[in-house]
Design a protein around this ligand. Structure first.
Ligand SMILES: [Zn+2]
Length: 156
């Protein structure tokens, strides 16, 4: 279950991203939708996580991952300038980024592995154990609401 490629530099959890699980599940209908929505070719829509060699759309040119690589830090919280203005701007843009600060603090506190296990539980449906995203008000498999604890805390 542990896969560091899915522990993003900025503290987001790639396993709960719709693009990631559509890739894993070979959900071609979903991938086609994503390709269309993001205006990228269908063969470029697969994503295996922040630290993998195959990423999607905006994540390919992510300034955060690039910055961390240049500075030689694994996670943003290890950086001298954390939390920088750019990261603050990035965090504010989308609702699913709400827990980034909490996540990064947790990674620092207990290590990415333990955090990763916690996130797995946090983003799965309590009824059927399907991984859901931050915007799955209802579980995409069994329809249970909320789809995960993130939704429970933030959307209901
Ligand atoms: Zn479910």
């Amino acid at each position: 279950m542990l896969n560091k490629e899915l522990a993003s530099v900025c503290g987001l959890f790639c396993a709960s991203c719709g693009v990631f699980y559509a890739t894993q599940e070979k959900d071609f209908i979903k991938l086609q939708e994503i390709a269309k929505k993001l205006d990228i070719p269908f063969d470029k829509v697969n994503c295996y996580g922040c630290r993998s060699n195959e990423k999607i759309g905006s994540c390919v040119n992510c300034f955060i991952a690039k910055c961390a690589e240049e500075k030689g830090v694994e996670f943003c919280i290890d950086c001298d300038t954390y939390p920088c203005g750019e990261l603050k701007e990035f965090q504010k843009k989308m609702p699913h980024r709400k827990n980034m600060w909490k996540s990064l603090a947790r990674i620092k506190e207990v290590g990415w592995e333990k955090w990763f296990v916690e996130m797995f539980d946090y983003y799965t449906c309590q009824k059927c154990n399907t991984m859901n995203g931050a915007y799955n008000i209802e579980c995409r498999k069994c329809g249970n609401s909320p789809g995960n604890d993130f939704v429970k805390e933030n959307m209901l």
